[in-house]
Design a protein around this ligand. Structure first.
Ligand code: NAD
Ligand code: MG
Length: 386
């Protein structure tokens, strides 16, 4: 029986994690969870999961209300790190979005917990620190991202003579538009993802391809491959979740209907359940599935992954927070779609590079990137007003 603490229970990955736990009560017990501002899910989760002892609420004004409704449960808004340290659990599922996930990931590993990680930003920002902890024997890490789950399965079958790891990408909501047609595209259109139903931030990240840039970095840290050994292939249907190309030209991938409950389940079971991968000699063999080369002119942001994975240091922290602030502004219709990339470029140049940052220095770089991004967006908004 694995006792689970779920961070981000109210989100897209969070609610699908609850589905997986509900379907496998013989193997998993939910012992605690956190929600942000969407507290509506609390009632239904508590109704089903009587072992939950503690719930984190981001909104502290609601702690009193929920404490009186459910006296057997402790409600707190103290902090996610405190929650991770306090709850007696075997596994932490991190389904938080953005930078907010970094500290809980590190705290979980420091406490020698198993970490099922959807929050890829943890690795983008703190990949070196996280790998350092794992190397020292602190905790275990299981990825939830569908591409990385597929690669995990393929490498489990055969990790010898690997030529390249290939991440597939849907291309997001604007994949049929040329770059020059991206000038006036609006957030409400970007939120219309062609193949996956996800939270707002990652849906915008898919449209800009920052998500794929993050995933290259994520794969680099998870599987220890250099950026030249990680490629991207555009794929319309999101059925081939990613694949490995071996030196003899053979390819191995995972093909299934897009459903995040599969990678979530695989991570919760620590990879110890049956799975299937498929081999092929060419993508042309996969009838009914469509692929296109990923052009760096169309998606220049992909090149940033190579820079971050090569120079490491605080570059991931700067990239991540510049993007987070820009996506937030784009969602509020304050800046244009292509301004997201411009904000990232500005911050990557503005914030000073640190080669081997501590966690505190990653926090500082994040804070500086936040201020630089806000300053740049203010300048953009002023420009638009004139
Ligand atoms: P979401 O927006 O639907 O949910 C995010 C959750 O985090 C919510 O519960 C929210 O309340 C909580 N949260 C956000 N900021 C917080 C803060 N400061 N303090 C406390 N709680 C906070 O996002 P999602 O789509 O579920 O994505 C979660 C993570 O999983 C992201 O890192 C995303 O990139 C990754 N991911 C998502 C999918 C998907 O299909 N949704 C697929 C692969 C990876
Ligand atoms: Mg993914």
């Amino acid at each position: 029986m694995t006792r689970i603490l779920l961070l981000g229970a109210s989100g897209s990955i969070g609610s699908q994690t609850i589905d997986v736990i509900n379907k496998n009560p013989q193997d998993f017990t939910l012992v605690g969870f956190s929600v942000g501002y969407r507290t509506r899910c609390i009632r239904s989760i508590l109704l089903k999961h009587k072992e939950v002892k503690i719930v984190y609420l981001r909104d502290k004004t609601k702690v009193k209300y929920y404490s009186s409704r459910y006296p057997q449960v402790t409600f707190t808004s103290e902090g996610l790190d405190e929650l991770v340290n306090k709850v007696d659990c075997d596994m932490v599922v991190n389904a938080l979005v953005g930078y907010s996930g970094l500290h809980p990931s590190i705290t979980a590993l420091n406490a020698n917990k198993k970490l099922a990680l959807a929050n890829k930003e943890s690795l983008v920002v703190g990949g070196e620190l996280i790998n350092g902890l794992l190397k020292e024997g602190h905790g275990k890490l299981y990825p939830i991202d569908s591409e990385h789950s597929a690669l995990w399965k393929c490498l489990k079958v055969d990790d010898k003579n690997v030529n390249k790891l290939m991440l597939t990408a849907s291309g997001g909501a604007f994949r049929n538009l040329k770059r020059e047609e991206l000038v006036n595209v609006k957030a409400k259109d970007a939120l219309n993802h062609p193949t996956w139903k996800m939270g707002a931030k990652i849906t915008i990240d898919c449209a800009t391809m920052v998500n794929k840039c993050f995933e290259i970095i994520e794969a680099g840290y998870l599987y220890n491959y250099s950026p030249s050994k990680i490629g991207v292939m555009l794929h319309d249907e999101s059925y081939l979740h990613s694949y490995v190309i071996y030196n003899n030209g053979l390819m191995r991938g995972e093909i299934s209907k897009p459903d995040m409950r599969n990678p979530i389940k695989f991570a919760l079971y620590e990879g110890n359940i049956p799975f299937a991968t498929q081999t092929f000699n060419s993508l042309d063999e996969l009838k009914g599935l469509h692929f296109h080369e990923c052009s760096l002119e169309r998606y220049p942001v992909i090149a940033l992954a190579k820079k971050v994975l090569t120079k490491k240091g605080n570059l991931g922290a700067i990239l991540n927070m510049a993007n987070e602030v820009a996506v937030d502004a784009y969602l509020r219709d304050q800046i244009s779609f292509l301004d997201i990339e411009k904000t990232i470029d500005y911050c990557m140049k503005k914030v000073k590079y640190i080669a081997s940052p501590s966690l505190k220095e990653l926090d500082d770089s994040t804070f500086k990137a936040m201020n630089s991004a806000r300053e740049y967006i203010y300048f953009l908004k002023e420009g638009n007003r004139r």
